[in-house]
Design a protein. Structure first.
Length: 182
């Protein structure tokens, strides 16, 4: 099976000293600047307000919006695949540029999908690590959720759920525990 050898993102770390404005390189192709998301420490930034494209392959942060020292910077392509970029018409002239744009839209969307599957989804073999929490919605989509989170571990830990049907009891649950559970 072929693998995606062209990632749809570039990651940088702002230097711990010196100028953090850039320019920072972009290692992937894109169709439109508006289809490149820029985040600093996970926070989405706005084009022209926080950064500009210094060239087709570099991004420069604007004055007063430099990333903090050692901040995680990510440029992520997010190709709009909700509609065709080019709508060919009967009798129209097929140009190489139009054909390339249409092909790139499909190719980039697929590369982005593969990056999501490889980097952002859990795998059955346990090779994917989750950082943060998991948020569950109940039987109806409302303002209440249950969050499963883990305190930052100081050593490797394993928690095993028994092979039995039942309810997990937490330290705040004083009314559920009975003598048959002990």
């Amino acid at each position: 099976m072929a693998t995606n050898t062209a990632p749809s993102f570039t990651e940088h770390t702002a230097p711990s000293s010196g100028s953090t404005a850039g320019p920072y390189s972009i290692s992937f192709s894109y169709i439109d600047e508006d289809e490149v998301d820029v985040t600093v420490d996970g926070v989405l930034k706005t084009k022209t307000t926080h950064y500009t494209f210094a060239s087709a392959t570099t991004i420069q942060f604007t004055s007063g919006n430099n990333p903090a020292n050692s901040a995680a910077i990510k440029f992520q392509r997010d190709t709009d695949i909700s509609a065709k970029k080019i709508d060919f018409q009967d009798g129209s002239v097929l140009t190489e540029a139009d054909l390339d744009t249409q092909s790139d839209q499909i190719l980039f969307g697929l590369q982005e999908f593969v990056d999501i599957v490889n980097n952002d989804t859990f795998k059955r073999d346990g090779s994917q690590t989750l950082t943060g929490s998991i948020v569950f919605e109940g039987s109806s989509d409302d303002a209440n959720e249950t969050t499963l989170s883990v305190t930052n571990p100081t050593a490797d830990r394993t928690i095993t759920f028994p092979d039995i049907t039942g309810t997990v009891i937490t330290s705040a649950d004083s009314g559920t525990v009975n003598s048959t559970m002990i």
